[in-house]
Design a protein around this ligand. Structure first.
Ligand code: DLL
Length: 424
């Protein structure tokens, strides 16, 4: 098996890549400008026309898009093709109001499948091998994204969708599943049910997880619990779904963005100005090969930093992002200390006996905010131990409540970790 799905695209020199990106950017900008009034008006308001894009640096003259752009134009106000060219749609509802819709032409579905096929091959999954897809098949892009890519890569797909974990485990055993796809928290659920039923999964070697931030400690726990190598897959509805914006490779040295397909910028979330390589900021993507609704300078709300632009040990030349820290709106501030839920998770899992199910409760009382951490742990772990460790690691003093295994509710789909509570 080759290491690459598309060796040429994945290993081309950075000069070649830059030339390809510029040609594709010019084509995409002209495409959206000619075909859609919303894009055209936004560009005219910013005083920029397609002819102004003469170098990659000229990208910066284009206006940003955000989730708001999708919401303002719901349902299909940003469509750049005729409606009868559409073949599929996906939608994310998010926590607030109007959903975000991505609609796909045939070519867009193929572009998604191409990105996903590269991810599968990067994880060492070969033609004919069995994969189980546990995200739901529906408006959420997870299930279908793994499916389209699996078809392109010639995999044997077990499309379970979400839920019924004992049956999922049975099918993984019966069909000798090599690789499991899912949202991160579902891997933890599978391990719990394996323990309850005293079964194991000897054929399972690979897990591809994403849709949520997860700490290095969570990744290690999942890997050792399931006896697999876990890959971190990144993507979102607006760029075209899971895997479109990359995954980490077996070197686990950052997320490879498919740069012949997307231009990546990292900007200061407050000013929108680019930050120097290596500095934290908000990730911004421009789609180069999509036709239905190509995003231009889409502000993801995701925070991370650039990991490297050097050729990776795996031979790929695309830039790598450090794994996602959190979302701009995920940052919590308690008594002047800023932190992300992922940091709490990382610190909690350093305590021996602590299990990977937790909740962060922010309690507001007379304008003062306290943090309460509910965490499951084996016997012997105390609230004091949790409080002391988090104080040392994160410089704030939460209250720690230790619960027995299984006490916190399990949720389907993306895990909700943070809860707000007004106390009177
Ligand atoms: O969550 C796509 C996906 C499905 C990725 C399955 C991986 C696996 P949305 O529902 O539109 O799409 O949510 C996108 O989820 O902007 C990030 O905030 C977060 N996210 C996605 N992947 C990761 C990841 C899917 N690997 C939003 N690490 C994104 C951290 C992630 N956060």
């Amino acid at each position: 098996m080759s290491l690459y799905w598309n060796e040429r695209a994945e290993t081309m020199s950075r000069d070649e890549l830059a030339a390809l990106q510029l040609a594709r950017l010019q084509e995409t900008v002209a495409w959206v400008y000619e075909r859609n009034a919303y894009y055209r008006e936004r560009m005219q308001a910013a005083g920029v026309a397609p002819g102004d894009i003469r170098s990659l640096a000229d990208l910066r003259g284009l206006p940003f898009m955000s989730k708001e752009s999708f919401r303002e134009t719901y349902p299909l106000g940003m469509l750049c093709v005729d409606r009868d060219e559409l073949r599929e749609m996906h939608m994310s509802s998010g926590s607030t109001g109007t959903p975000v819709v991505m609609a796909y032409t045939d070519a867009d579905l193929d572009q998604w499948a191409e990105c996903m096929a590269r991810c599968y091959r990067m994880a060492g999954i070969d033609q004919g091998e069995a994969i189980q897809i546990t995200p739901s098949f529906g408006l959420f892009n997870g299930g279908f994204g793994f499916y389209h890519g699996g078809r392109k890569a010639g995999l044997f797909i077990i499309p379970t969708g979400s839920g019924n974990t004992p049956r999922q485990i049975q099918l993984m055993q019966d069909f000798k599943v090599k690789a499991l796809m899912g949202v991160v928290s579902y891997a933890v659920r599978i391990k719990e049910v394996l323990d309850e039923t005293a079964t194991d999964l000897p054929n399972l070697k690979v897990g591809i997880f994403g849709a949520e931030t997860f700490s290095d400690n969570m990744r290690k726990k999942i890997e050792s619990a399931l006896g697999i190598e876990a890959f971190d897959i990144y993507g979102m509805t607006e760029t075209g779904g899971v895997g479109t914006t990359g995954m980490d490779c077996p070197a686990h040295a950052g997320i490879h963005v498919w740069e012949d397909q997307y231009i990546t910028e990292i900007v200061d979330p407050a000013t929108g100005e680019p930050v120097p390589d290596g500095q934290p900021g908000e990730v911004v993507f421009t789609a180069l090969c999509r036709r239905g609704i190509p995003v231009i300078r889409f502000r993801t709300g995701d925070l991370t930093s650039l990991c490297s632009r050097e050729r990776c040990a795996c031979g790929r030349t695309s830039l790598r992002l450090n794994r996602i820290t959190g979302r701009v709106d995920d940052m919590l501030i308690v008594k002047g200390v800023n932190f992300f839920p992922k940091q709490v998770e990382q610190a909690l899992l350093e305590i021996p006996g602590v299990l990977p199910e937790y909740q962060i409760i922010l309690e507001d009382h007379d304008g003062v905010r306290d943090v309460r951490i509910l965490v499951e742990a084996e016997a012997g772990v105390t609230g004091y131990m949790v409080e002391k460790h988090l104080k040392e690691r994160l410089q704030f003093s939460p209250k720690g409540d230790v619960l027995p295994p299984g006490a916190l509710p399990r949720q389907p789909g993306k895990a909700k970790r943070v809860f707000f509570k007004e106390l009177d």
